[in-house]
Design a protein around this ligand. Structure first.
Ligand code: NAI
Ligand code: UGA
Length: 437
């Protein structure tokens, strides 16, 4: 099938590449000229494991194309996916301006039947709004389908090629048949395609992300309580997670959830509720707990230094909002660095993948190390913000030699307590005993 993808960010580019890998001809459209020029030259504009190989293979096979010209792509395709940003507006609601603008353009440009598939995360009722915008511009028949995306950054290719499920919201038999045809390679391997109405599909996305955000936040509160009563959250997590009604995923406590989606989607669902005179009490609590959880360790660092961070050098390992991505949107590292700098500390950070994006925001307000050990030179404390695999089994002896003072504040519970203890480190993690060396 010939398919257009509008927006080539984490979702659009991965979806486009996956659909090309499944044999479709895919035309990716973006307004960012540099990005499109790069992609035409075989450069993947984002860091996403395993994407480059598939991307290059499909360009080579002439199934994956890039353009800034929506009309050109539209004319070649029966199905148009929207993978556009829906950032939070001032009041927390999802900003639909990108989606509605492209809907308007499609209405003006289309010359024959199209299926418009919305992959962006959008509030309930957006399929209707997109339909209204298009109908105001054309008499030609079309259908709008809700097809939310559930991929995780860092595993986007894996999740896209092998999703847990595909949700399709549509009231049109014709559009449903077309969607069933696109996803037939999945049906064949037993991946369920769940058809429903547009509104339920739109809400499924927000409900899923919010549920996961609640699950993480619940564990963060359990972790904080563990510290009060002398329990160990890692043990509690294992004890809970082995009950398959609970499941062992997304139970990892830490320095709060970040990223481009959980924070924005929780906010947007709260706001959508308010618009209907409905209070999502559990989500409001989740959001508040998460805001304080993100910076829970920085006050510990301050306490450790007797309330004065002036002139202290803090090494930060990891800047991305989680491992295996270059994405720093709503990353906890940034909240913590901001406070550290305000309190007069000096920061030297190491994250080879996300550094480029952080430099765009923080520039030379902090220093950047070339490797994890360089960051530790003369540091008064190490703060671990992202669980990159290379931090999992470091050389503690070398760390001790480099650091001015042996203290680790671990926002990701990277080490069994015995390791820093045996190596003579002060070690503060989340929901576990503090090692007081
Ligand atoms: N990032 C993720 O892991 C996931 C994101 N989502 C949702 O998918 C949507 C897209 O998210 P991302 O891919 O992260 O966004 P992104 O910000 O990485 O990419 C969006 C792309 O759209 C382009 N764009 C903006 N206006 C355009 C226009 N008029 N025409 C063509 N291109 C245009 C931008 O230049 C950019 O390349 C959002 O609604 C998000 O909530 C859903 C699941 C996962
Ligand atoms: O809508 C989206 O954009 C996506 O949002 C999340 O994916 P993502 O944000 O890429 O990353 P996650 O792996 O879900 O992690 C989100 C945040 O939660 C944190 N987290 C995750 C799991 C956990 O156990 N504990 C925890 O603190 C991570 O460190 C990270 O800051 C969802 O997992 C995807 O299904 C969804 O498609």
């Amino acid at each position: 099938m010939n398919i257009t993808i509008v927006g080539t960010g984490y979702v659009g580019l991965v979806t486009g590449t996956t659909l090309a890998e499944l044999g479709n001809s895919v035309y990716c459209v973006d307004i960012d000229e540099k990005k499109v020029a790069d992609m035409k030259n075989g450069i993947v504009p984002i860091y996403e494991p395993n994407l480059e190989e598939m991307f290059l293979r499909n360009i080579q096979a002439e199934r994956l194309f890039f353009t800034t010209n929506l009309k050109e792509a539209l004319d070649k395709s029966e199905v148009i996916y929207l993978a556009l940003p829906t950032p939070p507006g001032e009041d927390g609601s999802a900003d639909l301006s990108y989606v509605l603008k492209v809907a308007n353009d499609i209405g003006e440009m289309m010359t024959e039947y199209k299926v418009i598939v919305n992959k962006s995360t959008v509030p309930v009722g957006t399929a209707d709004r997109v339909s209204e915008v298009i109908s105001s511009k054309t008499q030609i028949e079309f259908d709008v389908v809700s097809n939310p995306e559930f991929l995780r950054e860092g595993f986007a290719v894996e999740d896209s090629m092998n999703p847990a499920r595909v949700v399709v919201g549509s009231s049109s038999e014709k559009a449903k048949d077309i969607m069933a045809q696109i996803y037939q390679p999945f049906t064949n391997t037993g991946i369920p395609i769940i058809f429903m109405d547009e509104k339920s599909s739109e809400l499924t996305k927000y409900a899923s992300n919010s549920f996961l955000a609640v699950k993480i936040t619940f564990m963060n509160e359990i972790a904080n309580y563990c510290e009060k009563v002398g329990a160990d959250v890692d043990k509690v997590r294992l004890g809970m997670g082995s009950d398959d009604r609970i499941g062992n995923r997304f139970l990892f406590p830490g320095i709060g959830y970040g990223g481009s989606c959980f924070p924005k989607d929780v906010k947007a669902l709260i706001k959508s509720g308010k618009d209907e005179d409905f209070n999502f009490q559990i989500l409001e609590a989740t959001e508040n707990v998460n805001i304080s959880q993100k910076v829970i360790l920085v006050s510990e660092i301050e306490k450790y230094f007797g309330g004065n961070l002036e002139g202290k050098t803090i090494a930060v390992w990891g800047l991305a909002f989680k491992a295996n991505t270059d994405d720093i949107r709503e990353a906890s590292s940034l909240d913590n660095i901001d406070i550290l700098l305000k309190k007069g500390a000096k920061v030297i950070a190491y994250d080879i993948i996300a550094e480029k994006n952080v430099k765009k925001i923080l520039g030379d307000k902090i220093r950047y190390a070339k490797n994890m050990y360089e960051a530790l030179e003369n540091a008064d404390a190490l703060f671990i913000a992202t669980e990159w695999p290379e931090f999992k089994n470091p050389n503690f002896k070398m760390m001790a030699e480099k650091m001015n003072n042996k203290a680790i504040f671990d926002g990701r519970n990277m080490y069994p307590l015995e390791t820093p203890e045996q190596n003579g480190f002060y070690y503060k993690s989340i929901g576990r005993k503090t090692i007081l060396n």
